[in-house]
Each structure stands twice: as structure tokens, then as C-alpha cells.
Design a protein around this ligand. Structure first.
Ligand SMILES: C[S@@+](CC[C@H](N)C(=O)[O-])C[C@H]1O[C@@H](n2cnc3c(N)ncnc32)[C@H](O)[C@@H]1O
Length: 320
């Protein structure tokens, strides 16, 4: 594809889906499925997804027949992404033979024989949501995909944990872990400097006056979880690896790559340790390599699954 004229997070998240399908760690996924409590129509599984974007994880869970009876609360601070999630989920479920119905509160009901999923979405900042729900509701499973590297884990993880009951699960797939690799190498020194500056920019990001990013979130998460009384059940690599085969890049992954290069260019423009002309040439060269099917991109990430430890004397896998 030629270099896009415009970019959007919505298009990026849609293009990311096939990249994630390859990347998700199967062992961690299987451990998640094995640890999920049995759901019934009377006691559906309660799932909360933070930073849910366009709803890719709901589709993945429903498609994998993982969910039989569930209520799925998907929150994100971007209303446009949740509106897209709603639209995509309706179409996706109907195409697969599910009945789909929307009630007055805007909840989606998706069902077929032996499966009934209720999906509610809310556009809200995760911090506000946690503060509002603390002590009111708890969930069996909290999911945050490609999310924890965007927030300040030490200050927000306890809030996440407070929304999961003892014995409940926390699943954090594709959490960035400090590796950004582009091939072919052209100027190794510049590539190294660019990677270091990019990761530092992630670490120094401030949103709404709060620290909002950690380029080594994946590895640090393991210790943070233990501090928050979460037992780590499984962890493993979920690196994105994108390359062009004989038919070019799969699905919409050429767009995904253009978006990544565009974003890195934006983040590093004006960086005091990078020569502006050299950065401009690097960005142009990487876009050209995508057009030629020559660019390989690898991002190192981790999938982590944890379980809230039960208070003394309680079973770990039951509902509260
Ligand atoms: C990298 S995207 C991942 C989306 C989705 N989990 C996926 O993997 O496809 C991060 C998402 O988190 C949302 N987000 C970032 N900060 C947030 C916050 N403080 N509260 C709620 N959502 C947030 C963004 O709007 C975006 O949709």
C-alpha cells in the first residue's frame, strides 16, 4: 500500500487484530481458560475490560467459545472507539449466526443455543471508573490488553485489583516490554539511539498531569502484581513480529506498520538528542521499505495472568 494520508487509532486497532492473533501467548491463554470459573445462566461470568478499544477481545473470547454465559463490561475513555466496538460486535455476531438485540440502556445481548453474552460499554477514564465502582461491584476477570504500558502501574494497579474478588483473575496480554526492532539495519548507531529516545519518551509521558507510560511495563508487572497480593499464574512472551510474505503483509498490517512509523516520527520530532534531518530521512526510508515489503518490525511484549489471592481460610477459585 502507498503511504497513508491520514491516520487514526480506530484504523490502527482494527489492523492490530491479526498481529495480536499471532502474538498472543498460547500457554497463558490456555491457563486463563482453565482457570475461569464455570458460568451458568443464573451466575454468568462477570468480565471487566479496561481500555477495550474497538472490542477485539470480546470477539476473541466469544469466537473461541470461551464464554457461555457472561456479562462483559467494556470501558474506554474514547467514546468513538466504543461506538465502533458496538457497531463491529453487532455485525460480527450476526455474521456468525448469533441473535443480537440491544436494550434501552444500550446493552447488547448476543446469544445462540447454550451461549448468552451481555455486553455493556462505557466511555470513562479508568481512574474515574475505579473510584466510582470501588466497594460497589466486583468482577471475576479483569482484562487490560496493550493497556498497562500506557498508565502508571504503581498508582493504578491497586484500584484494578480492588475490582476483582478474591480468587478472581487478571489478564494483561501484549503489555509492552522494552524492545523495538526494525530490519533491515541501515545505521545501527542511529537505530539504537532512536529506540532509546522512543522508550524514554514513553517513560516520560504525562497525561492529565499524571505519569502515563512505562516502556518496561511487562517485566515490572510481575513484581507489581506480587506486591498487590496477586499470584502470577502464567506469563510469557507475546512479541509482535511483522514481515511480508510472498503476498505482501497479511491483512491490514502494512497500514499498521505505516502507523507505527508515523507515530514514532511524531513522538520524536524535536527531540534534543536526535538530528531532525536524520530522523526525517529515517521515517521516509522506513515508509518506503513498507511499500516495498522489506520492513520487518518486532515489538517485545509479555502476557501475564494473575489471580487475586483469597483472604486467609477462603478457597481461591470460588465466587465471593
Ligand atoms: C493500545 S489501545 C488498546 C486497545 C485494546 N485493548 C486492544 O488491544 O485492541 C489502548 C486503549 O486504552 C484506552 N485508554 C488509554 N488510557 C485510558 C484511560 N486512562 N482510561 C480509559 N481508557 C484508556 C485508549 O483509548 C485505547 O483504546
Amino acid at each position: 500500500m502507498s503511504i497513508p494520508v491520514t491516520y487514526s487509532l480506530m484504523r490502527y486497532l482494527a489492523a492490530k487484530k491479526s498481529v495480536d492473533e499471532r502474538a498472543l501467548n498460547c500457554q497463558v491463554w490456555k491457563r486463563l481458560l482453565a482457570a475461569l470459573p464455570r458460568a451458568t445462566p443464573q451466575e454468568p461470568l462477570r468480565i471487566l475490560e479496561v481500555g477495550a478499544g474497538i472490542g477485539s477481545m470480546v470477539e476473541r473470547l466469544v469466537a473461541g467459545d470461551v464464554l457461555t454465559h457472561a456479562t462483559y463490561t467494556a470501558i474506554d475513555r474514547a467514546p468513538a472507539l466504543l461506538a465502533e466496538a458496538h457497531r463491529r460486535l453487532c455485525r460480527w455476531a450476526r455474521e456468525r449466526g448469533f441473535e443480537v438485540n440491544e436494550n434501552r440502556q444500550g446493552q447488547l445481548h448476543v446469544w445462540q443455543a447454550g451461549q448468552h453474552i451481555t455486553i455493556e460499554t462505557e466511555a470513562i477514564d479508568v481512574g474515574h471508573f475505579m473510584a466510582r465502582e470501588h466497594g460497589r461491584r466486583v468482577w471475576d476477570l479483569l482484562i487490560g490488553q496493550a493497556f498497562l504500558d500506557l498508565i502508571d502501574i504503581p498508582t493504578t494497579l491497586p484500584g484494578h485489583c480492588s475490582l476483582v474478588h478474591p480468587g478472581g483473575l487478571l489478564y494483561f496480554p501484549t503489555t509492552f516490554d522494552g524492545g523495538t526492532v526494525f530490519q533491515p539495519e541501515s545505521d545501527t548507531e542511529f537505530d539504537k539511539a532512536l529506540e532509546a529516545c522512543y522508550h524514554r519518551a514513553i517513560d516520560e509521558r504525562v497525561l492529565d498531569g499524571k505519569p502515563s507510560g512505562d516502556s518496561r511495563a511487562g517485566r515490572r508487572l510481575l513484581a507489581y502484581l506480587q506486591t498487590a497480593a496477586v499470584e502470577v499464574l502464567a506469563a510469557g512472551g507475546s512479541d509482535w513480529v511483522i514481515f511480508a510474505g510472498a503476498d505482501g503483509y497479511p491483512a491490514n498490517e502494512a497500514y499498521f506498520l505505516h502507523d507505527i512509523i508515523h507515530t514514532i516520527g511524531l513522538v520524536l520530532t524535536g527531540h534534543p538528542h536526535l538530528d531532525a534531518e536524520r530522523l526525517g530521512a529515517w521515517v521516509a526510508q522506513r515508509h518506503a521499505q513498507i511499500e516495498q515489503g522489506a520492513l520487518v518490525y518486532i515489538a517485545h511484549q509479555l502476557d501475564v495472568l494473575g489471580r487475586m489471592t483469597a483472604p486467609m481460610g477462603k478457597e481461591q477459585d470460588g465466587k465471593p
